[in-house]
Design a protein around this ligand. Structure first.
Ligand code: EPU
Length: 447
């Protein structure tokens, strides 16, 4: 069965919603709990499917995970044990987080098994950097039919790592492995996203010694033992920006409680340049359409402190309503414009190019990837039947359907539950007009 949202669009979204902890931090902090000898408490945890996947994986490894209050998790890793391969394998394809279990499991148990990874199909998403750094720490990596088996014949050793690209996941891999390795690890060209800084804060609470230089260099002095932590997750800046773009695209006004200025400064600058109005308060940010025309712009996505790749898809929907020609150059993933096919079907004028347009040449130039988009606007969006391709692309389809005149069917909407907490309740709070039903079209393979 296929989950369908039938959206009657064309009405501005207006109201107040709340975002909780960041999906791309909470899952990593839950893995960090595995490194401690004592229980940890994580607060502000959203009710999303990715949290369920990590909970399942932790429980398979003997960690008890209990929700003490709404959004407060108690994670007890006292009895960590090796899981059965068949059980781990049942999680194959459900998320990319299992790769981050490697370091903690190697420290706790001397071995780990990682199933084939899932996550959104927005490019090849290789794990070569992860496996290279694990080998540098001294892990033995053996590829098997159903996944990857790793072992640590002796205690993992601190090392010097120079990443070819500031990968978020690989930086987290190094942090989660180096904190209990013997000696010092120096990581160059590290990613420094706010979610990574919050993970470093968690690890420091557990007893780790980590310093971050201004030039993407992170130094970790390994320690013999880590304790637990109590921590409140930073807010989800991707979700906050997605709702902000929904306000722009539907000519509405949305107050996002929980959204914080500091982690969103780059987005806020762009939102303002497009013509959006924003009001930063103590407990959230109000985003609204100016009433008149929106401005086109030239933008490229980049690692922090650049404009996040995950902000790109909802912004592109808003740019279809801007006057003039906008250029968006995607430099983080080679294949993140697939969602624009559906927007074109809805009347948007978007052309994709192989060239690096409007910015500096990136890794994908001359490599045949359609990674630049030219968006001409404003165009009136009309209703369509759409199938959600991935998490962020799917949310942008939802925004487009809400902005379009008429009734759209958005299929595979369940995918959005992976990363947007209670999005239907939020749509209700914003006055959206929709129904959720099931149809008989087969669900595509797990993403
Ligand atoms: N890369 C490699 N080899 C590797 C690892 C990465 O070539 O071993 C490449 C990737 O293919 C990509 C680039 O490096 O082109 C950046 O990937 P990165 O490792 O930074 O991404 P990630 O850790 O897999 C996280 C988020 C993504 C987010 C990116 C970039 C999680 C679970 N996922 O992915 O979030 O887009 O960082 O900020 O934290 C999402 O939330 O929808 C999402 C896709």
């Amino acid at each position: 069965m296929h989950d369908v949202l039938t959206v009657h669009g064309g009405t501005p979204l207006r109201g107040t919603i709340t975002v909780r902890g960041a999906k791309n931090f909470v899952s990593k902090a839950m893995v960090a709990a595995l490194l401690g000898e004592e229980p940890s408490r994580l607060r502000n945890v959203p009710d999303i499917r990715d949290v369920g996947v990590v909970t399942g994986l932790l429980e398979l490894h003997g960690v008890t995970v209990a929700e003490e209050f709404d959004g407060d998790l108690l994670l007890d890793p006292t009895d960590v044990e090796m899981a059965h391969v068949a059980d781990i394998d049942a999680h194959a394809g459900s998320s990319r987080i299992p790769i981050l279990f490697c370091g903690p499991l190697l420290h706790r148990l001397g071995e780990a098994f990682i199933p084939d990874l899932g996550g959104c199909r927005i490019g090849d998403r290789p794990i070569n950097y992860h496996l290279d750094v694990l080998r540098q720490f001294g892990a033995v990596v053996e590829k098997q039919a159903a996944g990857i088996r790793l072992s640590a014949p002796r205690r993992l050793q601190g090392t010097k790592v120079d990443l070819p690209y500031p990968s978020v996941g690989t930086t987290e891999q190094v942090l989660l492995t180096a904190v209990r390795a013997e000696g010092v690890t120096e990581l160059r060209n590290a990613a420094i996203e706010p979610e990574i800084m919050d993970l470093i804060a968690v690890l420091q609470k557990m007893g780790a010694i980590i310093s971050v230089d201004t030039d993407r260099v992170i130094r970790i002095e390994g320690v013999d033992r880590l304790g637990g932590f109590t921590h409140r997750a930073l807010p989800d800046r991707i979700e906050a920006a997605s709702w902000a773009c929904a306000a722009l695209a539907t000519r509405g006004e949305i107050t996002v409680l929980g959204a914080r200025q500091l982690e969103m400064m780059t987005f806020l600058n762009v939102f303002r340049k497009v013509g959006g109005l924003l009001d930063v308060g103590d407990d959230g940010i109000r985003f609204s359409h100016p009433g008149g025309e929106l401005n086109s712009l030239v933008l490229e996505t980049a690692v922090h402190p650049g404009f996040m790749t995950d902000w790109q898809q909802p912004l592109v929907v808003a740019l279809t309503q801007a006057t003039g020609v906008s250029i968006v150059h995607e430099t983080v993933y080679e294949n993140r414009f697939g969602f624009t096919d559906a927007l074109r079907d809805m009347g948007a004028q978007i052309q994709l190019y192989r060239e690096c347009l409007g910015g500096l040449p990136c890794r994908f130039g001359q490599r045949n990837f359609m990674h630049s988009a030219v968006i001409s606007g404003p165009t009136k969006l009309h209703a369509a039947d759409i199938t959600v391709p991935d998490l962020r692309g799917g949310f942008s389809h939802l925004i487009a359907a809400l902005a379009a005149e008429g009734t759209s069917n958005v299929r595979g909407i369940g995918l959005i539950d992976r990363g947007y907490e209670h999005f239907q309740a939020k749509l209700d709070a914003l006055g959206a007009n929709y129904e959720r039903t099931m149809d008989a079209v087969p669900v595509p393979a797990a993403v």
